[in-house]
Write a protein that binds this ligand. Structure first.
Ligand code: SF4
Length: 101
């Protein structure tokens, strides 16, 4: 088993701080990557958690956490940024050109 010490964790966080956010909605000031935040936001939109019963304690906790992500402005903003960075740069001009013809 690999052990990781506190210094390695602190160094990793420092090196990746641009990829991380502190979620103001989840309990305990959760430090989470932007990618994980986006995944949670999308999972909350998909509402895959809605049918989970309270008898299933693991999934019930997951459901409760995801319910905080539903409609979260931070998650929404990160998804929009992800879409913008994934779209080809020439696309808006091509759309404008096709609308003028
Ligand atoms: S979507 Fe919002 S509530 Fe969910 S992890 Fe991201 S910042 Fe936190």
């Amino acid at each position: 088993m690999v052990t990781v010490n506190e210094n390695e964790i602190a160094r990793w966080i420092e090196e990746h701080q641009r990829e991380m956010i502190i979620c103001p909605h989840q309990p305990g000031l959760l430090l989470i990557s932007k990618k994980a935040c986006i995944k949670r936001y999308k999972a909350a939109l998909g509402r895959a958690f809605e049918t989970i019963s309270e008898d299933d304690s693991f999934h019930y906790v997951l459901k409760k956490g995801l319910s905080l992500c539903e409609g979260c402005p931070i998650g929404r903003k990160l998804v929009e940024e992800e879409k913008r960075s994934a779209s080809p740069q020439g696309e808006p001009m091509e759309k404008e050109a096709s609308q003028q013809s």
